[in-house]
Write a protein that binds this ligand. Structure first.
Ligand code: GUN
Length: 283
């Protein structure tokens, strides 16, 4: 039997409507500043979408599109200014920063006030997630957890296999599944015989960024398959890490690309910005 397709787009619309309703009750509206350095086309698309999401949720938003040669010092100064401005609750610096210009991403992330760190990339927030006592969850893993909840998929007692170990997705995803009592295995590019491990997964999260990394022979029949990646195949079409059609034949649930995790990531950014506004006393 073919898998149920998890509709990230519909769930994201529902989530954003809830956020908009909550935001309307605040004393003043949540504000998000998005910084984009350079002209990476994919980043440009993400940033434009985030502005549209802010409009939908009734948020104030400001976009800072800076030339690639802006430099670390000026970027840090902008972050300092935004940290001080009360109408700004969330600061997001779109990653990656341009290559070949001597940017230090970690230093930029460290500069963002933890209460405005709506990506949850600051070490203070990363540490809080680790101990399960947090204000913000990183948007993509949090979006995945919301999808599981919506479809009544409980990680408790399940073998959850996360393929990918990035700070943005793989590592925090593993931690959130662990918090929900999953038994978690993290795999990566140096894992020998990846298929032997993915085949054990009740819940499989693919977050590597390689077209067709996960083929049907690597998936246990009935598994839940979550595809976090956003790639372009040889024909230029958007796709994830999972060989969708054959895997959908054997999985119980699967997320599509596009229309799966991506819209949820953006919805969770709106939720984090609402949380930040509350932290800043706008309730
Ligand atoms: N680049 C790709 N994904 C993200 C994200 O979630 N946040 C930021 N800041 N940059 C990204």
């Amino acid at each position: 039997m073919a898998a149920t397709i998890i509709d990230g787009k519909a769930l994201a619309a529902k989530k954003k409507a809830q956020v908009a309703e909550q935001a309307a009750k605040l004393k003043s509206r949540p504000g998000l500043a998005v910084i984009l350095v350079g002209d990476d086309p994919a980043s440009r698309v993400y940033v434009t979408s985030k502005r549209r999401d802010c409009e939908e949720c009734g948020f104030y938003s400001e976009e800072f599109a800076l030339p690639a040669e802006t430099g670390q010092k000026a970027l840090l100064e902008l972050v300092d200014t935004l940290n001080e401005r009360p109408e700004i609750d969330g600061i997001l610096c779109q990653l990656p920063l341009p290559k070949g210009y001597d940017y230090d991403e970690q230093e930029v992330l460290l500069h963002i006030a933890p209460s405005k760190d709506v990506d949850a990339f600051h070490p203070t927030n990363v540490g809080k997630i680790m101990i399960g006592d947090y204000d913000f969850l990183p948007c993509t893993p949090a979006g995945v957890m919301e999808m599981l909840k919506e479809y009544n998929i409980d990680p408790a007692g399940k073998h959850c296999v996360v393929v990918g170990r990035s700070n943005i997705v793989g590592k925090p995803q593993a931690m959130l599944l662990l918090h929900k009592h999953g038994t978690v295995t993290i795999c990566h590019s140096r894992t020998p015989d990846l298929a032997s491990i993915t085949r054990q997964a009740d819940i499989l999260v693919a977050a590597v960024g390689r077209v067709n990394l996960i083929t049907a022979d690597m998936v246990k029949p009935g598994a839940v398959v979550i595809d976090v990646a956003m790639n372009r195949n040889a024909a230029g079409k958007l796709c994830g890490d999972v060989d969708f059609a054959p895997v959908a034949e054997i999985a119980s649930y699967i997320t599509p690309v596009p229309g799966g995790v991506g819209p949820m990531t953006r919805a969770m950014l709106m939720e984090n910005t609402l949380t930040a506004a509350r932290l800043h006393g706008k309730e």
